[in-house]
Design a protein around this ligand. Structure first.
Ligand SMILES: Cc1cc2nc3c(=O)[nH]c(=O)nc-3n(C[C@H](O)[C@H](O)[C@H](O)COP(=O)(O)O)c2cc1C
Length: 351
């Protein structure tokens, strides 16, 4: 069997030629002409029998439509979720074979064994292993790009561990991804994916403050959490970079968000921080909201609505202060912070 590279510039596709032929992975839509001509050239008059999609992302499925027009007999092979997604992308019928876990597709002289490995990072992801060539077509599961694991895979760490375990059973000499460089040694990837995600035991308090009133509230929350034995970091959203804030948000066990009210709205950096929350790994995190206002005080309720709409777990109702904190407002804030501490500690206890 031959495996021919038919992609370009890291937008990868591979042609497998046994008695039957298959294109593994497609390319971005703008590469359709190129993709078709490379397949035709390499088939030298033979038919294309299968189009294997290990992940049905708009990029990876970009040339499917053109390919099925050109190679009328080609059947698409993807996971059940992949077929469903592709139907939504193409909005028309197409011939397909549903790849189920451990199914084998015989190409005559070589074969593909399918491993359904969802959520890495697409819901429909799978890998196709060619035992005769000891080669794994991995779609978007592995990528040699720096930071790929942290950015795309880490939120699905349970699925990554499962993939690592299942793929360790195979003898793999080469990994061919849908995008980026070929991976010659899969072992560091299997090691990385096999690592359980570290669960944080710390909290983060974020605030936006013009005159220091919300900052004072933030420091008060920090004090309560620290007293309860929860390591807590304080972030002025204007003094910290976006990446630093996102990392703190993604890695904390629970958090507090403080915003003042300016022109009947929450601070824009607080909106932005909330919109950066990774809801895959973050949906169980407890939080509270607090903030100083002058008269109408919409800021904290805007933040509350947004966090609630994400389905996050609010430990206590928002704590407000009119300008500087009164004793009563301080007591209410401390009570909310205590509830947050309870929820964080309960969650950690349930590790
Ligand atoms: C330009 C500007 C607009 C404001 N708009 C509102 C508002 O719409 N509603 C409100 O309750 N307070 C408003 N305030 C008052 C602030 O929310 C209040 O001073 C608060 O204590 C500021 O908290 P900070 O010191 O944490 O920034 C406004 C303040 C400024 C400077």
């Amino acid at each position: 069997m031959q495996i021919k590279y038919i992609g370009k510039d890291g937008d990868n596709s591979y042609l497998l030629c046994g008695e039957k032929t298959a294109a593994a992975e497609c390319m971005k839509k703008e590469n359709a002409e190129f993709h078709i001509s490379r397949i035709k050239e390499n088939l030298a008059g033979a038919e294309l029998d299968y189009i294997i999609l290990n992940s049905v992302s708009p990029y990876n499925a970009g040339t499917v439509s053109a390919l099925t027009e050109q190679f009328k007999g080609a059947k698409i092979v993807a996971s059940a979720a992949g077929i469903k997604n592709l139907r939504e992308m193409l909005n028309r019928d197409f011939d397909y074979i549903l790849a189920k876990d451990n199914d084998v597709l015989d190409l005559g002289g070589c074969s593909l064994l399918f491993k359904i490995l969802p959520n890495l990072p697409w819901t429909d992801s799978m890998a196709s292993y060619c035992p005769e060539e000891k080669t794994l077509f991995c779609g978007s599961i592995f990528n040699a790009e720096n930071g790929y694991y942290e950015k795309y895979i880490l939120p699905f760490s349970d699925y990554a561990q499962n993939a690592s375990k299942r793929l360790s059973e195979l003898e793999i000499n080469a990994v061919l991804p849908a995008f980026g460089d070929k991976i010659n040694d899969i072992s560091p990837f299997l090691k990385l994916y096999g690592k359980p995600a570290e669960r944080s035991d710390s909290a983060a308090v974020f605030y936006a403050s013009l005159f220091g009133n919300t900052r004072e509230m933030a420091e008060t929350v920090c004090g309560v959490l620290n007293k309860r034995g929860i390591r807590t970091r304080l972030f002025d959203v204007y003094a910290s970079g976006e990446a630093e804030l996102k990392k703190a948000m993604d890695t904390c066990a629970g958090f507090a968000v403080g915003t003042n009210t300016v022109n009947r709205n929450a601070d824009r950096k607080i909106w932005s921080l909330i919109s950066s929350i990774d809801m895959i790994s973050g949906k169980h995190k407890p939080y509270i909201i607090f903030g100083s206002c002058g008269w109408s005080g919409e800021g904290i309720y805007c933040a509350e609505k947004l966090l609630r709409s994400l389905g996050m777990r609010q430990s206590a109702k928002p704590a407000a202060a009119r300008f500087t904190m009164s004793d009563t407002e301080r007591a209410e804030l401390c009570a909310a912070a205590e509830k947050l501490a309870d929820d964080i500690l309960n969650q950690l206890g349930g590790k």
